[in-house]
Design a protein around this ligand. Sequence first.
Ligand SMILES: *[C@@H]1O[C@H](CO)[C@@H](O)[C@H](O)[C@H]1NC(C)=O
Ligand SMILES: *[C@@H]1O[C@H](CO)[C@@H](O)[C@H](O)[C@H]1NC(C)=O
Ligand SMILES: *[C@@H]1O[C@H](CO)[C@@H](O)[C@H](O)[C@H]1NC(C)=O
Ligand SMILES: *[C@@H]1O[C@H](CO)[C@@H](O)[C@H](O)[C@H]1NC(C)=O
Ligand SMILES: *[C@@H]1O[C@H](CO)[C@@H](O)[C@H](O)[C@H]1NC(C)=O
Ligand SMILES: *[C@@H]1O[C@H](CO)[C@@H](O)[C@H](O)[C@H]1NC(C)=O
Length: 218
Amino acid sequence: MSDYDSGSGCCRCCFSFIITLGLTSLFLWLSLRTSNPVCSIQDVYIPALNTTLNSTSYKSIYLDLKLDNENKDKGIFYDLLNITLHYYINESNRDQTRIPVSNYTLKGFYQGHQKKARRKNWTETYGLPWDAAVKTIADGGQPVFRVDLTTAVRFKILFWKTKRHRLILRADFEVSNKGQKVQKKGTRLKSGAPELFSGKSRVASSLVVLCTFLLVFI
Ligand SMILES: *[C@@H]1O[C@H](CO)[C@@H](O)[C@H](O)[C@H]1NC(C)=O
Ligand SMILES: *[C@@H]1O[C@H](CO)[C@@H](O)[C@H](O)[C@H]1NC(C)=O
Ligand SMILES: *[C@@H]1O[C@H](CO)[C@@H](O)[C@H](O)[C@H]1NC(C)=O
Ligand SMILES: *[C@@H]1O[C@H](CO)[C@@H](O)[C@H](O)[C@H]1NC(C)=O
Ligand SMILES: *[C@@H]1O[C@H](CO)[C@@H](O)[C@H](O)[C@H]1NC(C)=O
Ligand SMILES: *[C@@H]1O[C@H](CO)[C@@H](O)[C@H](O)[C@H]1NC(C)=O
């Protein structure tokens, strides 16, 4: 009888240890989990492709970007943001060549939790085949461009900063005969390789998986 009692006591102790471990790592995971900022193209204007204007003498592009920190309680430090625009030579075949036509850099900044930031910029272009783009529109087509955004971010969790996470995002957009983005809603920039867990939270989330496994197993 005493043997049985001591065995069950040990088992109970072990069980509550595992529960505590599980809850602790769940809490850690919840508080260390970070979401990358959501970046989107809100607006585009390319005067040279506005057919009413009928002139390609103004060769700049206007781009309105939105950066959205959706984290409930984590700030984001942005490094320099590099933005590059590409033009697809053949709008109906995006596997084919695209050429870089513009780039600019935005200053890094700090963004508090659940804050949105807008960056509206005019950027010069180089080497864009304007005549071909105008012809595409005249033929009833829609020239296609691509925006690439590269930067690195650090998250502020309470009083400390995480290490840098590289962010490589991109999106295509089509241009109408008014020189505007065809899609009226914001166009979200997406990562080439989606990351499920980032940095620090990877350790915590594997702990959660381990504890869940142990709980189920026992
Ligand atoms: C296109 O050009 C016309 C003529 O200058 C102008 O009235 C119109 O506002 C322009 N379109 C856009 C979208 O700015
Ligand atoms: C556009 O401008 C060119 C000259 O630059 C002119 O020949 C042509 O008729 C114009 N087209 C329209 C639709 O106004
Ligand atoms: C563009 O790509 C389409 C689809 O692959 C092809 O049919 C067409 O000939 C290409 N146009 C040019 C100008 O290369
Ligand atoms: C950025 O644009 C400048 C011209 O404004 C060009 O000389 C440079 O090569 C471009 N850089 C990249 C990385 O495309
Ligand atoms: C881009 O626009 C922001 C304001 O939206 C301005 O502060 C910044 O200087 C501009 N940067 C460039 C490179 O044009
Ligand atoms: C942004 O561009 C600058 C200059 O071309 C380069 O030094 C920097 O490493 C780039 N940053 C990122 C995050 O790609």
